[in-house]
Design a protein around this ligand. Structure first.
Ligand code: HEC
Length: 179
């Protein structure tokens, strides 16, 4: 009689395991599917949101970038080029002092044909937008100096030259590390 009851108990437990384990497995599988579906929905919401509010590439690039390592492929090459650019600028200052209009025009055009942007050895898309704009301002102003040299008006010449110096300073202020 004692033995009979324990055997019965064993069978009951066995039957319960037999039913409960698959039930448990099944509910886990169902939960996994639910989670996956929810995840897919989030992704599709995000995609829809992006279509509604397009993120401008420009906005991303406008985020201030202080990491100057990212600016050049080679710092030493960039400095070397910047020095030659600076030499032209010195010659330009000397020619202005001497009011040598031909030389002013010559050095202004030499400056114009240099390019801090190219000195970086990077593609335009890899550079901060601000750097590209400062580079453009520098080119534009070198050309303005060259044009002023043709007018042979000293006052105009000095104004344009000052503006050119400011384009150097503006870029250094923003991208050149302070010693
Ligand atoms: C678009 C940006 C930009 C413009 C425009 C620019 N520079 Fe520079 N320049 C730099 C940066 C950045 C450095 C710092 C390089 C470094 O040392 O990392 C630099 C460095 C220099 C140096 C130091 C080079 C060295 O050996 O360390 C001189 C000199 C210089 N610039 C002169 C000029 C002059 C003169 C002008 C204008 C006629 C000018 N730059 C215009 C970005 C610019």
């Amino acid at each position: 009689m004692e033995e009979d009851r324990s055997t019965k108990g064993f069978w009951i437990i066995f039957a319960m395991i037999f039913i409960l384990v698959p039930l448990f497995m099944f509910s886990r599988e169902a939960k996994r599917k639910r989670d996956k579906k929810a995840e897919e929905e989030v992704v599709s919401y995000e995609e829809n949101a992006k279509e509604l509010i397009p993120i401008e590439e420009d906005d991303i690039m406008a985020i201030p970038e202080r990491e100057n390592d990212a600016l050049y492929a080679s710092v030493s090459k960039f400095r070397m080029h910047m020095k030659s650019l600076s030499d032209y600028d010195d010659e330009l200052a000397i020619s202005i002092e001497r009011q040598n209009w031909d030389d002013i025009g010559k050095y202004a055009m030499l400056l114009k044909s240099t390019s801090p942007l190219l000195f970086t050895g990077k593609r335009e898309t890899e550079l901060p937008r601000e750097f590209i704009m400062l580079d453009t301002a520098f080119h534009f102003q070198s050309l303005a100096v060259a044009e002023a040299s043709q007018s042979k008006e000293m006052v105009k010449m000095n104004i344009e030259y000052e503006k050119l110096q400011k384009t150097c300073d503006d870029c250094h202020e923003r991208f050149k590390e302070k010693e």
